[in-house]
Design a protein around this ligand. Structure first.
Ligand SMILES: *Cc1c(COP(=O)(O)O)cnc(C)c1O
Length: 229
């Protein structure tokens, strides 16, 4: 069996070659190691191999990991990548560097309110359902502009970009990644501060090369690093 450190090295190599193919610099693409369902020991192993950004999807599991003696005190940058319900926002506010899966204005409002109580501004992304699969979370691309404009007005969040989960077929996924990039370009043209609206969180173990080719700035990889869940 390959170790987590070996897997990370392979994934980093693959990202570098995808960047070369796309004519992009490797430092334009951040790797988020998705550690949901994986142990604190596995996260620690990835950390020892130099990984600093991790993604978690379930609130209680995430809070438990923060308390774990193997991890507490490590300067880890946590990304909340799961679907976040309004009533759970309070529990993660102040503990994450970015929230990826906001798909309702009411959730954004709650996040701004709770961030205000902590005296912070929280970076977040709007999730867009570009694959239009009804089983998926995310805003319809047609309602994205209205939602983003509401977010621009909230004082304690900073909308940094968009996130999506693509269709399973990588060819189809590539079209969806291109659409997400176009959505971001459109939003930037009406954003009060386009420079901070720069992130595209797209690409997972199966389709990150396609995502890098279409401009991804953050790829979220679980299986290829930690093995099957
Ligand atoms: C689980 C998950 C991932 C990682 O998926 P892999 O296929 O294991 O790389 C990425 N993004 C989100 C939102 C996830 O829930």
């Amino acid at each position: 069996m390959e170790s987590i450190a070996d897997n990370l090295a392979v994934v980093r190599d693959q990202i570098d070659s995808a960047c070369r193919k796309a004519g992009r610099r490797p430092d334009e693409v951040r790797l988020i190691a998705v550690s949901k369902t994986k142990s604190a020991a596995a996260i620690r192993e990835a950390w020892e191999a130099g990984q600093r950004e991790f993604g978690e999807s379930y609130v209680q599991e995430f809070l438990d990991k923060l308390e774990d003696p193997l991890l507490s005190g490590l300067p880890i940058s946590w990304h909340f990548i799961g679907h976040l319900q309004s009533n759970k926002v309070r529990q993660v506010t102040g503990k994450v560097s970015m929230i990826h899966g906001i798909d309702k204005v009411t959730t954004a409002e709650e996040l701004s309110k709770r961030s205000g109580q902590h005296g912070i501004v929280t970076d977040c992304l709007l999730e867009v359902n570009v694959s239009r699969e009804s089983s998926k979370h995310g805003l319809d691309p047609a309602s994205l502009m209205t939602a983003a404009e509401a977010c621009f007005r909230l004082p304690n969040i900073r909308l940094r970009g968009l996130m999506t989960i693509a269709s399973p077929d990588p060819g189809q996924a590539r079209h969806e990644f291109a659409e997400l990039r176009e959505c971001l370009e459109k939003l930037r043209s009406s954003a009060p501060d386009p420079a901070i609206l720069s992130e595209l969180s797209m690409g997972m173990s199966q389709d990150f090369e396609e995502a890098v080719l279409e401009g991804s700035t953050m790829i979220r990889i679980g299986t290829a690093i930690f093995g099957w869940r």
